[in-house]
Design a protein around this ligand. Structure first.
Ligand code: SAH
Ligand code: MG
Length: 213
């Protein structure tokens, strides 16, 4: 971690103290929840864009969904998770923090849940599940995104491997990193979206739907 990043993390005081307790659980149990400064960025985008409906791919324990919901009572989140243990944890947490009225958990593989979430249009989509599948998620769900809507993709620099794949030793990870590289290039060249990439934490891509000007 560089000095600027540690400085900003220490400066950090405004997080929701209650939900933040889940970060300790996530760290102890190796659940890859969104990094702190990235979360700040996304919450700020939510305050600016004021989405009414957010679609999240990859719930895990519900941490990011609850953080997004905490920005405003007017936000509804639909979040998809395939892992049954994670589904249980997420349900437990969402109940505990009394956010069931704002968060709808859809259980199953996100590649197969389109018909369970297409009852509304979305203002924002957060892609944070299996990293090799980000393009598939993007293609499947962005027809539900409103014009001017935002797609946020997490982990686009995956552990620093995206910029230097030569350090990757295992075949599986190498395959996955190649897919992330392909996704980033495809996204950058997608003329229906304007995308910028942030070199923050594990890398974040912010894409706005609509022709670039
Ligand atoms: N967004 C969460 C972290 C998600 S971690 C947060 O920041 O708090 C990624 C999650 O995506 C894991 O729980 C994993 O089980 C789930 N996942 C991976 N591939 C998926 C798929 N195809 N469909 C649904 N969930 C998936
Ligand atoms: Mg992530």
């Amino acid at each position: 971690m560089d000095n600027n990043q540690s400085y900003l993390l220490n400066l950090h005081t405004q997080t929701d103290v209650n939900i933040e307790a889940l970060r300790t659980y996530a760290e102890a149990n190796k659940v890859p929840i969104v990094d702190k400064l990235t979360l700040d960025m996304i919450k700020q985008l939510i305050r600016l864009h004021k989405p009414q409906n957010i679609l999240e791919i990859g719930t895990a324990i519900g941490y990011s969904a609850m953080q997004f919901a905490s920005v405003s009572k007017d936000i509804n989140i639909t979040t998809i998770e395939r892992d049954s243990e994670m589904q249980l944890k997420a349900k437990e947490n969402i109940e505990k923090y009394c956010l069931s009225n704002q968060i709808r958990l859809v259980e199953g593989d996100a590649l197969e849940q389109f018909s369970n979430v297409n009852d509304r249009a979305y203002d924002m989509i957060f892609i944070d599940a299996a990293k090799a599948q980000s393009k598939k998620f993007f293609e499947l769900y962005t027809p539900l995104l409103k014009e001017g809507g935002i797609v946020i993709t997490d982990n686009v620099l995956y552990h620093g491997f995206v910029s230097d794949i030569s350090v990757v030793r295992t075949r599986n990870v190498r395959q996955m990193v190649k897919r992330v590289i392909e996704y980033n290039e495809w996204l950058m060249n997608n003329e229906s979206y304007t995308t910028n990439f942030l070199n923050m934490d594990d890398g974040l891509a912010i894409s706005i739907k609509g022709e670039s000007k």
